[in-house]
Design a protein around this ligand. Structure first.
Ligand code: SAJ
Length: 406
């Protein structure tokens, strides 16, 4: 039996996929509410294909519990927040999950940590914790790092089709956990050492952050000299070895905007490029705010409460708002503007900010200008309703000629 610890954005799809693929699975979460929702057929967040996967997993007998289970295989998918001031990882959730596992685990159990960690976390924190509790690594417990790699919005597909990494000290438990992942993963599963697995994960997200920063810097350069950044990227990308990403209002989510800080925090003298990229991406919400003021001025809009931000999620077609550029922008605004902008997101059901609407029509009725922060499919489908509004399309996803860009 596999006990998946932490039923969040990564743990839940993973537990369901394992169960749907014929493994005996119990998902454990400390949050009673999450567990009782799942026991009652309710999925705590939206994700493409997750309902079907849930139904299949339930048919195959998946269970949910607040208790850690006695077994020989654990997959840990708990959050790894970072400390805002030092930008270092806070491993406390992993450590407390490991501690709880050790209370019930069978001798020789495998503990596979999927949570993203900064390079060295296993050596610096997790292994010492296991030893401190009196367990012998490699005998009583096999610690393995199997970082997740799935993209929110496409998780179910990517679970099946992305290559995976297994970082381990010993080959035998590595092969065992590889066989578990092979029950659903149709791509290559690479075995390496733990530090390489940790580093690879952070490097992947840092690579993307730097590439997005390049696109964002180009957008600023082109704006300053009245050139069309999209035209330039479109043409440059026809070169066989060039593939520039899309500029946007900033980088959100719990991965790309976070992981590069682990490298900056651990290698401060060696990460100039990474740090600059982070600053560039972090500067984008402010850039959007400046553009908004410029466009308001140009169009004679003086009242900020007649301006609406479309999108609160950190990217298109998800309901996750962690580190979202819209929240970053509102944070920046609070300092110099008292009248709040209006906000609407068809995916975000909780009320999170001032002046947040749950009704698109009401939102549109109350604004003269719409800043499209997120390219949800919803706005593409409702584009005709924006007729007559001043539009700042930060994602370049609409069709109308009558719009402004970042
Ligand atoms: N973004 C841009 N321009 C682009 C692409 C993205 O501004 O051209 C912005 C998005 O709007 C968003 C942010 O970047 O705010 C990140 O979005 P994303 O879709 O690129 O990635 P995430 O954060 O949802 O998921 C990433 C993925 N990593 C990589 O693509 C290298 C995913 O595979 C990882 O599993 C995930 O991080 C994670 O958990 O680490």
């Amino acid at each position: 039996m596999i006990n998946v610890i932490g039923l969040g954005y990564i743990g839940l799809p993973t537990a369901l996929m394992l169960a749907a693929s014929g493994n005996e699975v119990i998902g454990t979460d400390v949050k009673k509410e999450t567990v009782s929702k799942l026991q009652n057929g309710e999925i705590p967040f939206e994700e493409v294909g997750i309902q079907e996967l849930y139904d299949e997993a339930v048919n195959k007998g998946v269970q949910f519990s607040t208790e850690y289970q006695e077994t020989d295989t654990y997959i840990v998918t708990v959050p790894t927040p970072y400390m805002k001031s030092s930008k270092k990882i806070d491993p406390s959730y992993i450590l407390s999950a490991v501690e709880s596992i050790l209370k019930v685990a069978k001798k020789g159990a495998i503990v596979a940590i999927e949570s993203t960690v900064s390079p060295g976390t296993m050596d610096k924190f997790v292994k010492p914790k296991i030893e401190e509790l009196g367990f012998k690594l490699g005998e009583d417990i096999h610690l393995i790092h199997t970082p997740e790699r799935i993209l929110p919005g496409n998780m179910v597909y990517e679970l099946r089709h992305n290559s995976r990494t297994v970082g381990a000290d010993d080959l035998e438990p590595a092969e065992k956990i590889k066989a578990v992942y092979e029950t659903f993963c149709e791509s290559e599963i690479v075995i390496t050492d733990i530090r390489s697995a940790e580093m690879t994960k952070v490097v992947e997200n840092t690579y993307r952050d730097i590439n997005i920063a390049f696109a964002n810097e180009l957008a600023k350069i082109c704006r300053s000299d009245d050139m069309d950044v999209y035209e330039i990227i479109r043409i440059a990308n026809k070169h066989p070895r060039v593939s520039i990403l899309n500029p946007g209002p900033g980088v959100g989510g719990h991965c790309i905007s976070v992981d590069p800080w682990f490298l900056v925090g651990d290698y401060p003298g060696l990460t100039n490029l990474i740090l600059t990229a982070r600053h560039t991406n972090d500067s984008m919400p402010e850039h959007v705010l400046q553009r908004t003021y410029e466009i308001m001025l140009e169009n004679g809009i003086t009242d900020p409460s007649r301006v609406g931000l479309y999108g609160l999620a950190y990217k298109a077609n998800v309901d996750d708002v962690r580190e979202s550029p819209t929240l970053q922008l509102l944070d920046k605004m609070a300092k110099n503007l008292s009248n709040g902008l209006k906000v609407y997101d068809p995916w975000v059901k909780q009320d999170l900010v001032h002046n947040q609407y749950q009704d698109f029509e009401a939102f549109l009725n109350d604004v003269d200008m719409v800043v499209v922060m997120v390219g949800h499919d919803h706005i593409k489908q409702h584009e005709s309703e924006l007729l007559g509004k001043i539009i700042l399309d930060t994602q370049n996803i609409l069709q109308t000629e009558q719009r402004y860009f970042i």
